[in-house]
Design a protein around this ligand. Structure first.
Ligand code: FES
Length: 112
């Protein structure tokens, strides 16, 4: 069985909100984030599709000011929260990498 990261639902703010987490991939430290948006959860790797950099300059700051889209802090790529599709910016048409997860009553269990 693979490794997993457990996130507590109670640790999310009122949506839209995100929780950042760290995991190891091939021995390398990576980060991801879970997004609560309009009552549903989405989990993505924290990697822009333009360049191999993390999306957030300020820790756990993944959303545009109005909370409607995910934004990359480096060059402003805009991603749809529900699909991860880049709809504006240098990587338009590419999508964030999703991470598998299951939901229990109180937790999100992200598969690594
Ligand atoms: S690195 Fe994300 S838009 Fe350029």
């Amino acid at each position: 069985m693979g490794k997993s990261i457990i996130l507590l639902k109670k640790d999310f703010g009122p949506g839209p909100s995100t929780l950042k987490f760290t995991f190891l991939e091939n021995g390398e430290k990576k980060t991801g984030f879970a997004l609560l948006f309009e009552g549903s959860y989405y989990v993505y790797k924290n990697q822009c599709q333009h360049l191999p950099v993390e999306l957030d300059w300020l820790d756990n700051n993944f959303l545009e000011d109005d909370g409607g889209f995910i934004i990359c802090a480096t060059h402003g790529a805009i991603y749809e929260p529900t699909s991860g599709l880049c709809v504006s910016g240098p990587c338009k048409g590419k999508s964030l990498n999703t991470m598998a997860y299951t939901i229990t009553r109180d937790e999100l269990v992200v598969t690594i």
